[in-house]
Design a protein around this ligand. Structure first.
Ligand SMILES: Cc1cc2nc3c(=O)[nH]c(=O)nc-3n(C[C@H](O)[C@H](O)[C@H](O)COP(=O)(O)O)c2cc1C
Length: 335
């Protein structure tokens, strides 16, 4: 069983140090557990392509020097490392209240729909049933392998308001792969790794996170247990970040994962969220992901002709490129 760490922060910085503590502790749990980590700011990604579904899927096993505009592309190696792992621990510093942008950049350019569990499930079922739409697809079966995960955020601030979007953002990096998050932690007031190591509390918490991940290795999404601190929040992401709809029935969504509920006054007189069991709209659940697949299919059908129909209109907007600020890198590339 292999645990992969994703380090989104400074080399040997605060979040990376906590990640290493967690990984080492997880490896100590059993001789069968192996560990490695990827330092995301070092991942080379050719900058010219568009992200997401318009991007070329990075071919697995492709030579990392395979040229897209003669630039090194580390994405096949990143994707391979993620698909090979049985558990993922994602660690990030808190930058401007959120996780580091490099994490989202690497995820957007490497993962996205290619590793969406519901998309892969649908493609496999489509191929088996002989659905012609999936004739030439090559779904990556390892996406559906059971995986657990954990999240670590570290920030210099001690206040909730300067750290509150870190875990919500970290969840977005793991849910498509249907990774079951079994623990999550925010280290506050740690502007550098020295502070994180100054007393036993944070290393001890990171060790607990590592042990929690190791204890759930190999378990399916349904079997794996959440072992992190209880927040009394959403049953899926366990966080307390909500969208209030302002309806007469006091409907709310979990802003992190989309679970639905309503505000109620609890027995103690405190306002709380009562989450509904159904519909399972949380993107963390397979049902939520399948609903999204249906939504995407409808949109694809409805918009199939619009690219051809609007060619002239789009040509006009392309002319606006003359206002683009010319960067030194573009000048260097042109010369
Ligand atoms: C651009 C930038 C923005 C930051 N914004 C926050 C913030 O909003 N909240 C916070 O708690 N810490 C913030 N910090 C402090 C870092 O989270 C802190 O120094 C952390 O230890 C860095 O982690 P690293 O060593 O893993 O990179 C910021 C640091 C930088 C450089």
């Amino acid at each position: 069983m292999h645990i992969l760490g994703l380090s989104s922060g400074t080399k040997n910085g605060t979040s990376e140090t906590l990640l290493k503590i967690a990984l080492k502790e997880a490896a100590a749990a059993s001789p069968d557990v192996t560990i490695s980590f990827l330092r995301l700011p070092e991942v080379a990604i050719p900058g010219s392509e568009q992200p997401g579904i318009y991007d070329k899927r990075p071919a697995l096993g492709a030579n990392s020097l395979e040229s897209i505009g003669q630039k090194i592309d580390d994405r096949p190696a990143v994707l391979e490392a993620i698909l090979a792992c049985d558990a993922l621990i994602v660690a990030s510093p808190i930058y401007t209240r959120q996780a580091a942008g490099v994490l989202k950049f690497v995820c957007d350019r490497t993962l996205g729909p290619y590793v969406d569990a519901a998309a892969v499930e649908k493609a496999i079922a489509g191929m088996k049933s002989g659905d012609p739409r999936f004739k030439d697809t090559n779904p990556e079966q390892r996406v559906l392998k059971p995986r657990v995960g954990a999240l670590i955020a570290a920030g210099g601030a001690t206040s909730v308001e300067w750290t509150s979007l870190a875990l919500p953002m970290l969840h977005q990096s793991v849910f498509s792969l249907h990774i079951r998050v079994v623990d999550q932690m925010v280290a506050r007031g740690v502007p550098n790794p020295g502070v994180a190591l100054a007393d036993e509390a944070l290393p001890a918490r990171a060790k607990r996170l590592g042990r929690n991940v190791a204890s759930q290795l190999g378990k399916t999404f349904e079997e794996a247990e959440y072992l992190g601190d209880e927040t009394g929040g959403c049953p899926h992401c366990r966080l307390n970040t909500i969208v209030v709809h302002g309806t007469a029935t006091n409907d709310v969504d979990c802003a992190v994962c989309g679970a639905k509920g309503r505000l109620i006054v609890g027995d103690s007189g405190k306002i709380q969220v009562q989450y509904f069991k159904e519909p399972r709209t949380s993107v963390i659940t397979m049902e939520g992901k399948r609903m999204h697949m249906e939504e995407i299919e409808i949109v694809a059908r409805q918009t199939a002709t619009s690219m051809a129909d609007t060619e002239d209109a789009r040509a006009e907007w392309k002319l606006m490129d003359q206002y683009k600020v010319e960067l030194p890198s573009a000048r260097a590339h042109a010369s």
